[in-house]
Design a protein around this ligand. Structure first.
Ligand SMILES: Cc1cc2nc3c(=O)[nH]c(=O)nc-3n(C[C@H](O)[C@H](O)[C@H](O)COP(=O)(O)O)c2cc1C
Length: 400
């Protein structure tokens, strides 16, 4: 039996990925920031929420079909943008995009990916979203927006929750940094993981050479082993609300702001022309004492829905978590690490396995709470304060 077939849930997949990947790369994708408190708290917040199932409802036929921005999808999940996915598997972004297309869900390509957005658009198929970091030298970001538009990406996600580089001391301890300048310890770590050496690094070295950040503008399109040029033009610490308005003027299709944790910021994003927000703490990778997105979801839904679409990410690991997020007003969730773990085992097949596990768990949880379709998931199935907040928001909307 293959390693993949032995993985019956996402925790199994993560554990196999831990063994397959060099420690430096595994911790780079798996951990959070500083003391990993936000990472743990994201899970704890989901765990605290309990459901009150409805009974004696015909759930013999269940469907996770979901409409998002005028498109039908197989389930309420989109693949979140993850920079450096190309280090987990050879041409990792393309593998992820193909897995998403096969699962009929959207794939989000990160700015800092190792496959160019044009290549993804030409080769992946499916619904493609593009994630943008706004840089100090705005014209470099606007150029990317033009490229994503020309390549036909359907949604632009602007990430706003990384104004400054987060503290991730574990990368230093593991001798893993970007630019990639491996220490002896990191080299030994890589040599001890032949599966990764064979399936990822050797394939790059035998074909295109060391991966590059293919979406970066001209002089910044360096191989991961290069770097050291002053990066003042790529800083992100002066992005402001005007930038969202400017992007609205430049981007003709759906615009989303990712990294919102406050209701008034969600309102402001919508006032600047955003069609939606992602309630997110970047999977706990930035501010280590950030609130858990699921805890602030109801007040954000209350503030902007149904005018704008509310998505959520950070810590989704079970179908039941998706049920909780949708019951509290999210239209869908983004998923980051789980597909990376899957990909570490078997590229596209591994990511697809993860998505299928989530789909099956979601359908099971929907049956258990008496909600045969995603439209049936409402705040009345959630116990406690979060549900109360979401219910009163729903009543306000009903009277509006
Ligand atoms: C390895 C890694 C790289 C990431 N890179 C980006 C990025 O380039 N841009 C971005 O907006 N979010 C990035 N994220 C955050 C994800 O988009 C998403 O918010 C987060 O992973 C959700 O949490 P989850 O991993 O618990 O699903 C990254 C996450 C990981 C794990």
């Amino acid at each position: 039996m293959s390693a993949l077939a032995r993985c019956l849930n996402l925790a199994d997949v993560r554990e196999h990925a831990r063994r397959r990947l060099p420690k430096g790369i595994f911790e780079f994708i798996d951990r959070g920031a500083e003391d990993d408190e936000a990472l743990a708290h994201n899970r704890e917040a989901f765990r605290r929420i309990k459901l009150k199932p409805k009974v004696l409802i015909d759930v013999s036929s269940r469907s996770a079909e979901t409409a998002l921005f005028g498109r039908a999808h197989a389930m309420p999940i989109a693949i979140a943008p993850t920079g450096a996915a190309g280090l987990v598997w050879y041409e990792g972004e393309l593998e992820l995009a193909r897995a998403a297309a096969a699962a009929r869900i959207p794939f989000t390509l990160a700015t800092r990916s190792m496959t160019s957005l044009e290549d993804i658009a030409a080769k992946a198929g499916g619904t493609l979203w593009f994630q943008l970091y706004v840089w100090a030298e705005r014209k470099l970001s606007f150029k990317l927006v033009e490229r994503a538009n020309a390549a036909g990406f359907e949604v632009l996600i602007v990430t706003v929750d990384v104004p400054v580089a987060p503290n991730r001391e574990y990368n230093g301890r593991n001798g893993f940094s970007l630019p990639f300048n491996p220490t002896v310890r990191a080299l030994l770590d890589m040599l001890a993981h032949p599966h990764w050496l064979l399936n990822v690094m050797s394939r790059y070295l035998l074909t295109t050479g060391m991966p590059r950040y293919e979406n970066m503008p001209g002089e910044h399109r360096e191989r991961i082993t290069q770097g050291g040029k002053p990066l003042t033009s790529l800083r992100g610490d002066n992005i402001m609300w005007d930038d969202i308005q400017e992007l609205r003027r430049r981007w003709p299709r759906t615009l989303i702001v990712k990294g919102i944790l406050r209701a008034e910021d969600a309102v402001r994003a919508v006032a600047c022309g955003a069609d939606g927000v992602v309630v997110s703490n970047h999977g706990g990778r930035c501010l280590d004492s950030a609130v858990a997105p699921i805890d602030v979801l109801p007040e954000i839904v209350d503030a902007v829905s149904p005018r704008a679409t509310v998505l959520l990410d950070s810590g989704v690991r079970r179908g039941g978590d998706i049920v909780k997020a949708l019951a509290l007003g999210a239209s869908a969730v983004l998923s980051g690490r789980p597909c990376l773990y899957g990909m570490a085992l078997a590229g596209k097949m591994g990511a697809q396995h993860v998505l299928e596990l989530l789909r099956q768990e979601l359908l099971t949880a929907m049956g258990q709470v008496g909600c045969p379709t995603v439209a049936d998931l409402g705040p009345e199935i959630v116990d406690g304060a979060a549900a109360k907040a979401a219910r009163s928001a729903e009543q306000v909307r009903a009277f509006a």
